[in-house]
Design a protein around this ligand. Structure first.
Ligand code: S3P
Length: 447
């Protein structure tokens, strides 16, 4: 990341039109690199997200012996085999990435290596106790900073002890950390999920040949992974990231005259909650050419400007759109009537406290918002543009890419534009955001 903050004002916009393609899915990209690094032989991945978070995962895996390089548009990963990770020399910098940190902690927990993990100011505030606790039960030892935070040192154990663990929070990161630890652990590692979270790890583990049983009991899922697995290298096509498409779905919905097609968007049901919620609000989103890419459902999404109405969002939908609430709040701020959200405590421990950050940022643009313990209540303008931010006022993004992009979208539907204090974090997940926005709105790219 550049040393100095990069502020930018996002101005009221012309309609969004044409066709765009968002970069590859961040969650799937991390997993492709990690499982590729554990297979013996060459895994090839196309469409991989080249954002800073994923590059942090690649750098850490290289430090543990994997060979990862880019040839043309394809990434090639030569893995070391399950159990074959080497002792990394020096600290591993996880940057802004919680997914890199938690999943790699799982991977390292069952290898006989010592790792030092560091991160930026945002990541160093985030709780790691949620993975330290179960991974300690498997035999790994941890010396975290106070409060279970980064920087931390960990020592894996080989052979580790298989456990059965019921997730106390709905977290795909915790689930995945345990499954990755289970790969090099004798016996069966069992994870019980009270509510389903994104299942990319399970899908990809199966694709690489791991033995995984999944039992569905009502909402509860019991996942059993048979350890000491041999992974076979794969050819992976990473679909477009629905969490990146989200900014354009909302932008085109709230900017009059828009008619935008976003190609190749991953629509795994554990990720597609925003599309459902926007439709409940009245959004006009059509799924074109539904197909399967890399074992994941994908479609092109055509979104046209529509009259949005406020809703009471069902908290049960939260895990399937956990990263999309910041931009949903922007849609709500422009809707007719009130939108109420609840059950969103997890948003307080993301790259920033996203409830507090969005409440402050939206209020600064003239939106009517009320912050509660576990959500936001947003009173929409009924389609009238937000005022925007004044001359010397910028909204604060707290090193959180999704706050920066959400407020950029708010700027498109404002009178004065919205100034964002720092656009650098956008590169963690969506390096082409500004370029695609400029292309869709026909405006000069003012990165
Ligand atoms: C992710 C899981 C989610 C999500 C994050 C990526 C993943 O976090 O917020 O951006 O790739 O597993 P939690 O599992 O902690 O909710």
């Amino acid at each position: 990341m550049h040393d100095q903050p990069r502020p930018r004002r996002f101005l009221p916009s012309a309609p969004l039109r044409g066709k765009i393609r968002v970069p590859g899915d961040k969650s799937i990209s991390h997993r492709a690199l990690m499982l590729g690094a554990l297979a013996v032989g060459e895994t090839r991945a196309s469409g991989l997200l080249e954002g800073e978070d994923v590059l942090a995962t690649a750098a850490a895996l290289r430090a543990c012996g994997a060979t990862i390089e880019k040839n043309g548009d394809t990434w090639s990963i030569h893995g070391v085999g399950v159990g074959g990770l080497l002792q990394p020399q020096g600290a591993l910098d996880m940057g802004n990435s919680g997914t890199s940190t938690r999943l790699l902690m799982g991977l390292f927990a069952s290898h006989a290596i010592t790792a030092v993990l560091t991160g930026d100011a945002s990541l160093s505030k985030r709780p790691m106790g949620r993975v330290i606790e179960p991974l300690s039960r498997m035999g790994a030892t941890f010396t975290p900073s106070p409060g279970g935070k980064l920087p931390l040192t960990m020592e894996g154990l080989c052979p580790a002890v298989p456990i059965e663990y019921r997730l106390p929070v709905a977290s795909a990161q915790v689930k995945s950390a345990l499954l990755l630890a289970g790969l090099n652990t004798p016996g069966v590692t069992t994870v019980i999920e009270p509510v389903p979270t994104r299942d990319h790890s399970e899908r990809m583990l199966r694709g690489f040949g791991a033995e995984l049983d999944i039992e569905q009991l009502g909402d509860e899922r019991i996942i059993r992974l048979h350890g000491e697995a041999d992974l076979r290298p794969q050819t992976i096509e990473v679909p477009g990231d629905p969490s990146s498409a989200a900014f354009f779905l909302v932008a085109a919905s709230i900017v009059e005259g828009s008619d935008l097609t976003i190609e190749n968007v991953g629509l795994n049901p554990t990720r597609a909650g925003l599309v459902d919620v926007l439709r409940q609000m009245g959004a006009d989103i059509a799924e074109l050419d539904p197909r399967t890419v890399g074992g994941e459902p994908v479609a092109d999404l055509r979104v046209r400007h529509a009259r949005l109405s406020g809703i009471d969002a069902d908290p049960a939908i939260a895990p399937s759109m956990i990263d999309e609430f910041p931009v949903l709040f922007v849609a709500a701020a422009l809707a007719h009537g009130t939108t109420r959200t609840s059950g969103l405590e997890e948003l307080r421990v993301k790259e920033s406290d996203r409830i507090a950050a969005m409440a402050a940022a939206l209020a600064a643009t003239g939106a009517q918002v009320e912050e509660t313990e576990d959500g936001l209540i947003v009173h929409g303008t009924g389609g009238t543009p937000l005022a925007g931010t004044g001359e010397n006022a910028a909204v604060v993004t707290h090193l959180d890419h999704r706050i920066a992009m959400s407020m950029a979208v708010a700027g498109l539907a404002s009178r004065e534009g919205v100034a964002v204090d720092d656009t650098r974090p956008i590169a963690t997940s969506f390096p082409t955001f500004a370029e695609l926005l400029a292309g869709a709105t026909g405006s000069p790219d003012a990165r």
